[in-house]
Design a protein around this ligand. Sequence first.
Ligand SMILES: Cc1cc2nc3c(=O)[nH]c(=O)nc-3n(C[C@H](O)[C@H](O)[C@H](O)COP(=O)(O)OP(=O)(O)OC[C@H]3O[C@@H](n4cnc5c(N)ncnc54)[C@H](O)[C@@H]3O)c2cc1C
Ligand code: FES
Length: 336
Amino acid sequence: MFQIQIDGSTKHFPCAPGDTLLRAALRAGIGFPYECNVGSCGNCKFELLEGELQSNWSDAPGLSDKDRLKNRWLGCQAQACSNARIKVREMEHYAPVHLPVQTTASLTHKRAITHDLHEFSFECDAALSFASGQYALIHFSDVPGPRAYSMSQGGGSRQRLDFQVRLTPGGLGTQKLFSMPLGEKVRIDGPYGMAYLREDAPRDILLVGGGSGLAPMVSLARGALSLHTRPFQNIHFIYGAREARDICGLDMLNELPLWASMGHYTPVVSNASVDEVLTPDCERGFVHEVVQKFHAHDLGNMEIYFAGPPLMAQAMLKLLVEHKVPMNQVHFDQFY
Ligand SMILES: Cc1cc2nc3c(=O)[nH]c(=O)nc-3n(C[C@H](O)[C@H](O)[C@H](O)COP(=O)(O)OP(=O)(O)OC[C@H]3O[C@@H](n4cnc5c(N)ncnc54)[C@H](O)[C@@H]3O)c2cc1C
Ligand code: FES
């Protein structure tokens, strides 16, 4: 076990062999900035002042050549080889609501939601506590680096975790998962993520998911509707798919006791041809266009959550900035 000292602070934390500095800091309750946890966003950058580290992924896109020259590292990829002193801007906002833990888990169920989006359930050896909307890392054998997947259940302390995963053509992790036999074991590490349910926010909820971004939005809807006191009147759920055959999620929402009185679901298809007949409730275009069309007038009065590919997330963010929505009402994960 190595000790990592944060420069200019009294705080330090232990980092076990094989763990990364980011995850070890979060396990110790420290607000180490991050987002994706998988080497892509660059939010977990820090400077090494003393000590020796090694990177799990030296070419990770979250770090530029200039960063490397300045002895900057990615917290989500750096492992300690000695005690170390680092410079990082610790922020309370990133302090975990549930401390992340590591457990082994076996695949117990799988089912198809659409042709390329499947649900996978894992039974963990130890229960994992998480807030609705959070994600975990799955380490597959023979795949370099873990992959991030959001739990689709409402938050709580759970031994079984459900994930809804879209098959990425040529993707190493998803190919492994889609061909995995029941009973096979993986290592799960979590929870992570800041786009979790703000239970006390006294505003209607807008949930926007694109493609593989279904699971965290379903989790948020499940979590919000199971609250004992609900400080909102409506949940608007907008789901963006490429084609009509990709539309999904409504059956899971319809199972929720209060959905019929509080929920509103709008599917959106981006690649439908002009002569393709869609169901009457289905919109054409991109999710941010539908948000603009139906909610431009009341965005400032909503608690807004979204998840999906970076292009979708950027378009949503631009729209919300244009509408001057206070950023403390906006919570999102970009799926790198
Ligand atoms: C916060 C978050 C939540 C997500 N939630 C979901 C979800 O609920 N459902 C869903 O379908 N998808 C989700 N994703 C996307 C998912 O994590 C994968 O990126 C996607 O499934 C493709 O994985 P792949 O292994 O098949 O593709 P690949 O192209 O093989 O891998 C892409 C991913 O692996 C990482 N990676 C690639 N090479 C290495 C390496 N050498 N070392 C370490 N890491 C490497 C990349 O950063 C990238 O994240 C989420 C992503 C993030 C960041
Ligand atoms: S959190 Fe490390 S690169 Fe995104």
